[in-house]
Write a protein that binds this ligand. Structure first.
Ligand code: UD1
Length: 387
């Protein structure tokens, strides 16, 4: 009989794709998910296939989680609260759910270590802070967050910490020092480090997957704290222009959710791999303006993005993945290009109705001083358009 895999967060955006792939490959799957309202809108487990067993539960409910671990051969841990901005004021919620939830799971896994062949934990590129950069004079450099003084001047580019000259963004390897810049990122770093340390101490093979910017079908469109792809799509579908922070030339590594799901399968199945953290991205950077334009083009709408010269506190400028370790250890190769993936996201969107709840979410960030105007931007509140 094929192994039984417990997928925490298996009803969510990434988790549900992992579940589907596991079932396709003949695994038996049990989903453990809290069905957070902000993501699921009280609608129940819409994306959990009938062939998977579903357990409704909170990661901190040790008794329930322990029962869900009965008979399980491997665990894929994707359950987490995921709003970066929201984590900066709902601190307890993020620390409890992400750090506390993982702590609860790890304590249970210690007692069940003989049973667990592999533990795969979802980490995040957010733990790097800024990506890796190259200075013509000083070689590899690891700048910290840009200062408020710099951003208030509307100077967006990251500069060399030694000579202040402009930098070239490079692929970020796993060895780059970690500088998490939000409570969410700290909680993800906790999840990764705690899992690796407990795995090492108790002989449980652990693989932490550092997801870059994931997008695709089932992205929580009405969750205002979701990634930029879903936010821009919801704006455009409701006839509103996407609101672009900074100048829109900041870059990320957009990785399709099916590639992330496959990385989970490879991590689960790779027999020699344990005690490692691995980037899961595409190795290709795209700008935020590219995202706005490609979604607008695919939706066939002619709406110009609003570039307001405002910035979000704690945002990095650029980060994209060096995926050589994933290639080497997991034989991982991204298969969905940015163009194909965004076209597929839009095709799915056409069947959805997405509330545009971005306005209220931005208002919350503004009230707390977490979005600010750069030199050319007006006061954040004055230039906000109602959704
Ligand atoms: C963050 C996390 C990442 C997480 C992701 C989605 C960091 C460094 N990374 O990524 O782990 O997976 O959130 O939860 O914290 N933008 C706009 N307009 C908008 C929204 C966003 O211009 O309406 C810009 C942002 O300023 C940023 C870029 O788009 O420069 C990407 O934002 P987002 O999708 O939230 O992801 P990250 O901040 O990169």
């Amino acid at each position: 009989m094929k192994p039984l895999v417990l997928v925490t967060g298996g009803a969510g955006f990434i988790g549900s794709h992992v579940v589907e792939l596991l079932l396709e490959r003949g695994y038996r799957v049990r989903v453990y998910d809290k069905l957070v309202d902000q993501v699921h809108g009280g609608q129940g487990p819409r994306y959990v296939p009938n062939e998977a067993e579903f357990v409704h539960g909170d990661m901190r409910d040790a008794a329930r989680l322990d029962r869900a671990l009965d008979g399980v051969d491997a665990v894929i841990h994707n359950a987490a609260e995921v709003g970066v901005g929201q984590s900066m004021y709902e601190i307890t919620k993020y620390v409890d759910a992400n750090t506390g939830g993982t702590a609860t799971l790890l304590e249970l896994l210690i007692g069940r270590r003989a049973q667990i062949g592999k533990f795969v934990v979802a980490s995040s590129m957010s733990i790097y802070g800024e990506g890796a950069y190259l200075c013509d004079q000083h070689g590899d450099v690891h700048p910290r967050l840009r200062s408020a003084a710099q951003l208030e001047q509307g100077h967006w580019a990251t500069v060399c910490p030694t000579c202040a000259s402009p930098l070239r963004c490079m692929p970020t390897p796993e060895e780059k020092p970690l500088f998490p810049t939000s409570i969410y990122a700290i909680s993800k770093m906790d999840q990764e480090l705690m899992s690796l340390i407990i795995g090492e101490a108790y002989g449980i093979p652990v693989v932490a997957l550092r997801y870059f910017n994931c997008y695709g079908r089932r992205q929580a469109l009405s969750n205002p704290y979701t990634g930029v792809g879903a936010i821009f799509s919801a704006r455009l579908m409701n006839g509103n222009p996407p609101v672009v922070f900074e100048d829109g030339h900041q870059r990320r590594d957009f990785v399709h959710v099916t590639d992330i799901a496959r990385a989970n399968l490879l991590a689960l199945e790779s027999e020699r791999t344990g005690g490692v953290a691995v980037n899961v991205g595409t190795g290709r950077p795209s700008s935020i303006l590219d995202v706005a334009h490609i979604i607008a083009r695919n939706l066939a709408v002619d709406i110009t993005p609003e570039v307001l010269d405002q910035y979000r506190v704690g945002d990095i400028r650029d980060c994209y993945a060096d995926i050589s370790k994933a290639r080497e250890l997991l034989a991982y190769e991204p298969t969905v290009s940015f163009e194909e993936g965004m076209a597929d996201l839009v095709a799915w969107l056409a069947e959805q109705s997405a509330d545009d709840r971005v306005g209220p979410a931005r208002a919350e960030l503004e009230q707390r001083g977490l979005t600010r105007a750069g030199r050319h931007g007006g006061p954040a509140t004055a230039s906000t358009k109602a959704p």
